[in-house]
Design a protein around this ligand. Structure first.
Ligand SMILES: N[C@@H](CCC(=O)N[C@@H](CS)C(=O)NCC(=O)O)C(=O)O
Length: 206
């Protein structure tokens, strides 16, 4: 089988989600550094990651994850049961939409990647304050985000949550989320997480 290539950057949360999935499933892959500004030939929307696998070029992390789930052996990242799989999709999407549009945007604003007025950044922060407790409640009821087994939902949440300690305002929110912190500690002990730890991170002024 052709080597799977992941085009993206290690600090990119969506790139890390796809890398985590490969490690969890035991898939050998090659990392090819690509920035949103250079990914154009593989993704006309200018976002990372994309993958190439033989003749296939694919972008959008959820499409990539579903592809590797179907094509490669290894531990399943979605439950078999239809209802449980739908719940898993629900939580993955809640991270990629509600949490990304709050916390990741705030992080990007603080790191200087997203030039928005301070007032807009404060709205992202306020939304993060509202959204994190919803994840905390869910992780108070279950070991993992979509139930008792690791799933793609966890692989979306971890890379984003891993940035919370880097910014005091996000750290303060995390400090009030004991269940997310319990889950994050458990996730941090997984070999997939250690193997995908970015060697560089965006620098954020205190
Ligand atoms: N829906 C896309 C989102 C990917 C995404 O937003 N990637 C970020 C990096 S983590 C990016 O490329 N941002 C550049 C931009 O939005 O211009 C996916 O799931 O793959």
């Amino acid at each position: 089988m052709a080597t799977l290539k992941i085009h993206g950057l290690p600090p990119s949360t969506f790139t890390r989600t796809v890398r985590l999935a490969c490690h969890e499933k035991g898939i050998d892959y090659e990392m090819v550094d690509a920035m949103p500004s250079t990914i154009g030939p593989l993704n006309p929307f200018g976002k990372i990651p994309a993958i190439t696998h033989g003749d296939l070029t694919l972008y959008e992390s959820i499409a990539i994850l579903r592809y590797i789930e179907r094509v490669f052996p290894g531990p399943k990242l979605w439950p078999e049961d239809a209802v449980a799989a739908a719940v898993c999709d629900q939580w993955a999407s809640a991270v990629a939409d509600s949490l990304v549009n709050a916390a990741l945007r705030y992080f990007a604003a603080r790191a200087g990647f997203l030039p928005v007025p301070a007032e807009m950044a404060q709205k992202y922060l306020a939304r993060t304050v509202e959204v994190v407790p919803i994840f905390d409640r869910q992780l108070g009821r279950h070991r993992f985000l979509a139930g008792e087994a690791l799933s793609v939902a966890d692989l979306y949440l971890y890379p984003l949550y891993a940035y919370f300690p880097d910014i005091a305002e996000l750290r303060a929110i995390a400090d009030k989320a004991p269940n997310v912190n319990r889950w994050a500690r458990e996730m941090a002990a997984r070999p997939s997480v250690a193997a995908t730890e970015p060697s560089f991170k965006p620098q954020v002024a205190a």
